[in-house]
Design a protein around this ligand. Structure first.
Ligand code: GLA
Length: 386
């Protein structure tokens, strides 16, 4: 981390020390694709994420540099011209935050130099973009003393993702990155933003994150398609039930819902949302009771529902998950949006190396791609280090 402080000074050719910040990535244990349906989700902030070093400027420019995209060099942005610009690539996430703050009437009297270094794999379901957005919101809040709460910052960052970047995501990623608690997962009610932390330790098991290393370009459009399908189903069902969200419906109502929703695909989407909500509640209970076998079974069921009803998995994720199960995982599922990206597996400590080896062989043989594995800790949310 000292290196980042030095790199910052060299990059911007300044003598003053910058301030160092860290924003985690996230893993979602269960409750997938229901944060835009008023559902319960159960994510943790993780020990891989995005570092930022920032310093004040005396003019009105943002100077943005990411060591993950060195070929793009320093991107210079006038604080009076913050509209989305495709040629600014990754820096649009940072610009979007400033844009939104200005829109909300916050005064931004001076510019900032910002050096970014992330160790999250990008576009892989561990929320590298939300990590960056919340980092920038936190830094801006610190520099300009806006007094925003962590939840305010998460909501603002989600707004940027929705309206500036065009990805119609829910609040889960930004909220857990802002509000994470060391060694905990947080049950989040995405309708009320109520949060219930739960100690997330797995005894002699560990959560292994498995990266398909398969990047589908259509993730955002497919994601937005699912959001639209849920909205369509909700509009129909609102005429029959007194509900605000799909997750207000209960599993026992599904048979009846099927008769109202005369559309097979929409029904499958609803069935996923409603059953996933129940699984998340059950998983929280299983974790409280240290019943890891039940917890694992719920992970498996979640994956099957995301595969068959929600159709967001695909060959790469399914192969990883099946191989992990074959190698002794007591539960495995996709985490995050899907369509590629990462899966998680709950594995006995002693079996981790064997599982990684076997999964690698099976996955490579089937897809020709090498997967990657990460063992992470659950951490606090975004913070200032120095
Ligand atoms: C992405 C989105 C989240 C959530 C997940 C799926 O990570 O950003 O809001 O919808 O997908 O659970």
């Amino acid at each position: 981390m000292k290196n980042y402080l030095e790199a910052y000074k060299t990059m911007f050719n300044v003598k003053e020390e910058g301030k160092l910040y860290y924003s985690p990535g996230r893993v979602n244990l269960i409750g997938e694709h229901i944060d835009y349906n008023g559902g319960l989700v159960f994510p943790s902030a993780i020990s891989i994420g995005t570092y930022g070093v920032a310093g004040k400027r005396s003019d009105c420019f943002l100077m943005l540099y990411s060591d993950n995209y060195p070929h793009e060099g320093i991107i210079m942005v006038d604080l009076n011209q913050l509209q989305f610009d495709k040629s600014h690539g990754w820096a649009n996430y940072a610009k979007g935050i400033f844009h939104e703050m200005k829109n909300r009437g916050y005064d931004i009297p001076f510019g900032i130099n910002l050096y970014i270094k992330g160790n999250l794999p990008t576009a892989s379901g561990l929320s590298s973009s939300a990590s960056l957005e919340v980092l920038v919101a936190f830094i801006a809040n610190d520099f300009y003393q806006f007094g925003l709460s962590r939840t305010d910052m998460a909501i603002l960052a989600q707004h940027v993702e929705n309206n500036y970047m065009g990805m119609h995501c829910g609040i889960m990623d930004q909220l857990i990155i802002a509000e994470g608690i060391k060694n905990h997962a947080i049950l989040m009610n995405t309708a009320t933003l109520e949060m219930t932390p739960s100690k997330a330790t797995f005894d002699d098991y560990q959560l292994v994150i498995m990266n398909t290393n398969y990047k589908r370009k259509t993730t955002d459009s497919k994601y937005n398609e699912r959001v639209r399908e849920c909205q369509e189903a909700l509009n129909i069902l609102k005429n029959k039930y007194d509900i605000d969200y799909l997750c207000d419906l209960k599993p026992y109502q599904l048979n009846e819902i099927e008769t109202f929703l005369n559309h097979h695909i929409l029904f499958k989407r609803v069935r996923h949302a409603v059953t996933e909500q129940q699984r998340t509640l059950d998983a929280m209970d299983a974790m409280k009771n240290a019943d890891l076998l039940t917890f694992g079974k719920l992970l498996d069921e979640s994956h099957q529902s995301l595969k068959n009803d929600y159709e967001v998995t695909g060959l790469h994720l399914d192969t990883l998950v099946d191989a992990a199960k074959q190698s002794g995982a007591i539960g495995a599922r996709v985490t995050g949006a899907g369509f590629g990206g990462c899966a998680i597996a709950l594995v006995k400590n002693d079996f981790i190396s064997r599982l990684e080896h076997e999964v690698q062989v099976t996955y490579y043989t089937k897809t020709g791609i090498m997967p990657e594995f990460y063992l992470v800790e659950f951490t606090d949310g975004v913070k200032k280090i120095i």
